[in-house]
Ligand binder design. Structure first.
Ligand SMILES: [Zn+2]
Length: 151
């Protein structure tokens, strides 16, 4: 897979312009049965995604994500290319099942669901490390998902 330079990637937040990926496109791309989709959604909801970044080149959006390996602290790098309509065109994952340019492993699936969630709900569930949590005395109740603003 031909990827853009790593410094062109930016963390995905609710201000990131992403192509309109939806659940049907994900299902068609992965050819998953409903039961397998449910498993992937559970993995995503239990925060198996560590981070997601995007880089736009012409009509294509390249998304890079890191997905935690189930039950272990290992992580896999996942790359996905989406076209302007949101359809996934190619994907690659570091795991044994994800080689080549059409990886359909669960790590690719988890990243696709993350992107879809950001497109549809403006929210992305990532794993939180303990130092990400500030002390709670003056912390607002509502989560801010936009680009950071200068104080
Ligand atoms: Zn994989």
């Amino acid at each position: 897979m031909q990827l853009p330079l790593s410094e062109t990637y930016r963390d995905i937040n609710s201000n990131t312009i992403l192509p309109p990926l939806d659940k049907t496109m994900i299902r068609h791309y992965l050819c998953y049965k409903h039961k397998k989709i449910d498993t992937v959604v559970r993995l995503y909801e239990s925060r198996h995604l560590l981070m997601a970044r995007a880089s736009v080149v012409g009509d294509n959006t390249f998304v890079k994500g890191y997905c935690r390996k189930t039950m272990k602290s290992l992580q896999y790098e996942v790359d996905i290319v989406l076209n302007i309509n949101g359809n996934p065109e190619a994907s690659h994952c570091e795991c044994p099942a994800g080689s080549g340019t059409n990886a359909l492993c669960k790590h690719v699936a988890v990243l696709l669901f993350g992107i879809k969630n950001m497109v549809r709900e403006k929210n992305l569930l990532l794993q939180e490390v303990c130092t990400q949590k500030l002390q709670q005395f003056h912390v607002p109740k509502k989560l801010y998902t936009g680009t950071p603003v200068k104080v």
